[in-house]
Design a protein around this ligand. Structure first.
Ligand code: NOJ
Length: 575
């Protein structure tokens, strides 16, 4: 292969000044790698077709070999499952679908014996319409203490037939649902940012705040390692619930900046976060609070992780970034700069249960998907080979950055979405509420494959599976990947072990400038150089001792001084 030569003989990589200094604070959560388990789709121990807690406990040794610090468990609480468990009817229990409270305790204790913390998903913005507090509110009169726990309001106009304001549901349609009075006449409306079955709590009511403090203590007493806080930015609504002409999800539009959205990022949130931090801080092992806060811009998100607030917040700007060198460089630089102002780590993430997996996204050139939207059989289909190469590269590059990282179950197998799932199987309320206009998130939630030639690829003992799996899951099964040194699974294991050995999570960052290589992103973290080639052709590598490559050809190419197309590498700096 002929070596692409730079215009001059000098290295095309020029190290820039330090942008982010190493963290002097070595707290576990500043560098933690946290593995998200979506219990429905991880491992089914009973044969019901639904994953369960005992299935997770049985597979803890597999997770331990990955080398992660904690597991974030998506909700497993009692729930009518109208939004896959994000509609909670009892925050202090376990849904029979997933097992029992004993199973939860065994899981927490066994994980601890592997040195893995269990992070619980708390859903404080809303509950299920089957939660006892909501059924009591429905049975009570307008203006009662029971109704004050939620956002009940009279309708406007003749007969009160117009909802109290113009807010929409993020899942489509109006955000208000009208209830019936005991005599059958139409009554008040209640607000739900998500499905009709997910009434929003009124966080201005101290009784709501007390209720959640009890829940936090309940799980901390059981040994939880912290909490992921669902839709943390929406808990408080602006007093008076004024109309809003902006996008339902707060995406800035001319004249409607995110900062003005009356249902997001209200200042009162911070007192609640401070209280939760105090509660966590008295427990041993530094339980962590991680907010799912879809807040813009990053400088504003920094308020969520200021001293005494949450420990971490997902970096959704990073997750939203397309396969684009300059866009990635800006997000990384802006994130570190913004979070450094408050001394907080950045928490990188590429996939979760609400977005198309990154192996799928990066196989769709230039297509920006909104959070919450997936790919369906009628959409352009991804290039899965290129998507997987890029996903492996993106992960290696992400794990080379200083800060924490979240991984989503199955990404260590290189899974993409089920992009041809037929409509009849879909369960996401986004699909159902939008009459199929939005395909929703089922494609990234499909049960993961364990054994290539077993029914349901080993997900369940009976072959049952709550969503059907795509055929390419056979070749991506864990059993085959364990035995293949070049597999994505073994790449994740190597990268995580090396990341920890090299102390990259607590490390530093300086960019390399390389104007001759406009599709290459390179950074230095301590003595480690991390390079991402976003182009479809090999490029010159910086000088250094090779440590890790995302592609199988990495080593032979490096011997020629090259990094492969859509690949990433870590090198030990030799200067
Ligand atoms: C964010 C969760 O991740 C998502 O799955 C859920 O539908 C909404 N919050 C509502 O709880």
């Amino acid at each position: 292969m002929s070596l692409p030569t730079p215009a001059s003989n000098a290295s095309p990589y020029a190290l820039q000044p330090l942008l982010h200094a190493p963290s002097p604070d070595e707290a576990w959560w500043r560098r933690a790698v946290i593995y998200q388990i979506y219990p429905r789709s991880f491992k089914d121990s009973t044969g019901s077709g639904m994953g369960d807690l005992a299935g997770i406990t049985a597979e803890l040794p597999q997770i331990a070999t990955l080398g992660v610090d904690a597991i974030w468990l998506s909700p497993f609480f009692p729930s009518p499952q109208k939004d896959a468990g994000y509609d909670v009817s009892d925050y202090r229990g376990v849904d029979a679908l997933f097992g029992t409270m004993d199973d939860a305790q065994i899981l927490i204790n066994t994980a601890k014996s592997f040195g893995i913390r269990i992070i619980i998903d708390i859903v404080p913005n809303h509950c299920s319409n089957e939660h006892a507090l909501f059924t009591a509110a429905l049975a009570a009169a307008p203006g009662s203490a029971e109704r004050e726990m939620f956002h009940f309001a009279d309708g406007l106009g003749e007969g009160g037939n117009t909802p109290p304001n113009n807010w929409s549901s993020l899942f489509g349609g109006s955000g208000w649902t009208r209830v019936q009075n005991p005599d059958g006449t139409p009554g008040q409306y209640y607000f739900h940012l998500f499905d009709t079955t997910q009434p929003d709590f009124n966080w201005r009511n101290p009784a709501v705040q007390e209720e959640f403090e009890k829940t936090l203590r309940f799980w901390l007493d059981a040994g939880a390692g912290g909490f992921r806080i669902d839709v943390a930015h929406a808990m408080f609504k602006k007093e008076g619930l004024p109309d809003w002409g902006g996008a339902p999800d707060g995406t800035p539009r001319p004249g409607f900046p995110f900062a003005d959205a009356p249902m997001f990022a209200q200042p009162e949130l911070h007192q609640v976060f401070a209280r939760w931090r105090e509660i966590c801080d008295v427990y041993p092992g530094e339980p962590v609070l991680c907010s799912e806060a879809n807040v813009r811009p990053l400088t504003r998100l920094a308020d969520w992780v200021a001293p005494g607030q949450m420990h971490q917040s997902f970096n959704f700007d990073f997750l939203r970034t397309l396969w684009d060198r300059d866009a990635l460089a800006s997000v990384i630089g802006d994130s570190l700069s913004a979070f450094d102002t408050v001394g907080a780590p950045t928490t990188w993430v590429l996939s979760n249960h609400d977005v198309s997996r990154h192996a799928t996204r990066f196989g769709l050139d230039g297509v920006a998907l909104d959070l919450g939207d997936g790919i369906g059989p009628r959409d352009p289909q991804p290039d899965t080979v290129r998507g997987l190469a890029r996903a492996r590269a993106a992960t290696v590059f992400m794990l080379g950055l200083p800060g924490g990282a979240y991984l989503y179950q199955g990404e260590e197998l290189g899974l993409g979405d089920h992009t041809t799932l037929e409509d009849g199987f879909r369960q996401d309320p986004t699909f159902l509420r939008s009459n199929g206009e939005r395909i929703g998130r089922d494609g990234c939630r499909v049960p993961i494959p364990w054994v290539h030639d077993a029914p349901a690829y080993g997900f369940s003992p009976t072959g049952e599976s709550w969503l059907p799996q795509p055929e390419d899951f056979a070749e991506l099964s864990r059993d085959l990947q364990k035995a293949d040194p070049a597999s994505t699974l073994n790449l994740y294991r190597k990268a995580l072990a090396l990341r920890s050995e090299l102390g990259l999570g607590l490390g530093s960052l300086a960019f390399y400038e390389n104007p001759e290589l406009p599709e290459v992103l390179a950074i230095r973290n301590g003595d480690t150089i991390s390079v991402l080639n976003l182009s479809d052709a090999p490029v010159v590598l910086p000088a250094g001792e090779p440590l890790l490559f995302s592609d199988a050809d990495g080593e032979p190419l490096a011997a020629e001084g090259l990094l492969g197309a859509n690949a990433a590498a870590w090198l030990r700096a030799t200067d």
